[in-house]
Design a protein around this ligand. Structure first.
Ligand SMILES: *Cc1c(COP(=O)(O)O)cnc(C)c1O
Length: 406
């Protein structure tokens, strides 16, 4: 039984699971009274599936991001799927995408029968390495009749899909430049970027299409949900049409395309509205946690702390440290085991996607930086409701296990 009513916490880390007694959680959601009030209002309104909370959620997000259109969806993965379709990606096309990322964007590319081309991460902030992307486009691709082709595979390159990971933005401006130079639409996976800032503006609204997630472990949750945002009315209209079953004549059930049932429910949107009101509160909480980790861990040998780029303000959505085994005295996985025995949840980064059994295949050279980060990195507890004494326990444990501080 893992339904929340049973006493024992699950062995694996379930995204968005409630806090477990005695265990310091990696990142559990914080649901307050306002959330209960708005969800109750949605239930009492009788508008269960579609309703005004959906519109309100879209308006709140689009005005925060400064974009003209937002389409609320059942998940961030659905947002990515539809974004790729409306951006014009077709079967057998290629889409360069961050190789160090949660798996969803690569899956979405495969839903269309297109192929991900995995781009390595840069070592400083673990985001997509723009130089690797630039070299791929300049050296390995060729233009023909207005399209760009990967010379080695012969496939058309149809879009670029940078992913903001861990609450820190990818360096989007040079990626947007590459997009205009090569005529490629940019789809930004900002599922982990919401609340962060890039060169002074909020992350998520600057690319041709932005995709957000409100899954249980994201900075703002609707229980499950996502959003597609864009300034392009045609893209937004097409997306809205496709995600509501592509109805040409709803009365006579005439459908003009293969559609999807991807709309967010009004109940989920009500929860999303209440959580979204608290975005700034959550970002402040995450940043205060990062500050305390900085103070408590910066002198521990072999522990490298996350840093912000000069052009970025991170949310530190998932606070992630890099462990150098030689200097620290043990590797990241051994430390992970020790922390778990201490009742502290921790988690490695995702397997780099070019090594994923589901996605092994086309990549532009091995994602060497991503492999190293995958081996060395651990995310440590950073729930917005993490108490200072709990955080002191985490800091104490990481210091205690360090060889040179023992
Ligand atoms: C969570 C996440 C998604 C997927 O969002 P869901 O709402 O879980 O479908 C996509 N990309 C990244 C980078 C994510 O972290």
């Amino acid at each position: 039984m893992m339904d929340g009513s049973s006493g024992s916490p699950p062995k694996e880390i379930v995204p968005g699971a409630p806090a477990s007694p005695g265990i310091i959680d990696l990142a559990s959601p914080d649901i307050g009274e306002r959330e209960r009030v708005l969800v109750d209002e949605s239930l009492r309104s009788g508008w269960i599936a579609y309703g005004s909370f959906v519109d309100r959620f879209e308006e709140n997000v689009s005005s925060y991001l400064g974009v003209r259109h937002a389409v609320a969806l059942a998940s961030g993965t659905a947002a990515l799927h539809v974004a790729l379709i409306v951006a014009g990606v077709r079967s057998d096309d290629e889409v360069p995408v961050s190789g160090l990322s949660f798996v969803a964007p690569a899956n979405a590319i495969r839903y269309l029968g297109a192929w991900p081309v995995f781009i390595d991460a840069e070592p400083d902030h673990a985001q997509l390495d723009v130089e690797v992307l630039e070299r791929f486009l300049a050296d390995e691709c060729t233009s023909h009749a207005g399209d760009l082709f990967n010379r080695r595979t012969g496939r058309r390159v149809a879009a670029l899909l940078p992913v903001d990971i861990l609450g820190h933005p990818a360096d989007l401006d040079p990626i947007l430049d590459l997009g205009s130079r090569y005529g490629l639409p940019i789809i930004e996976d900002a599922a982990e970027g919401l609340g962060a800032h890039y060169r002074g503006g909020p992350v998520g609204g600057k690319a041709d299409i932005g995709c957000l997630s409100f899954n249980g472990n994201k900075i703002v949750t609707s229980g499950g949900g996502g959003m597609l945002v864009t300034n392009d009315a045609n893209l937004a209209d097409r997306a809205r049409y496709l995600v509501t079953q592509a109805k040409d004549d709803p009365l006579e059930y005439v459908h003009g395309a293969i559609g999807f049932n991807y709309r967010l429910s009004n109940i989920h949107a009500a929860l999303g509205c209440a959580q979204f009101e608290r975005l700034e509160e959550f970002v402040s909480a995450k940043r205060a946690i990062a500050q305390l980790y900085e103070e408590g861990l910066r002198e521990v040998p072999g522990v490298r702390l996350p840093r912000e780029a000069a052009w970025a303000q991170s949310t530190y959505w998932l606070y992630t440290v890099e462990i150098d085994a030689a200097d620290y005295g043990m590797g990241s996985r051994e430390l992970l085991q020790r922390l778990v025995s201490d009742g502290i949840q921790a988690r490695p980064l995702w397997q780099p996607l070019d090594r994923s059994p589901a996605h092994a295949g086309p990549t532009i050279g091995p994602c060497e930086v991503a492999y190293g980060l995958h081996q060395r990195c651990l995310s440590i507890p950073c729930s917005v409701s993490l108490r200072p004494e709990e955080q002191a326990r985490v800091i104490g444990a990481i210091r205690r296990h360090a060889r040179h501080l023992a």
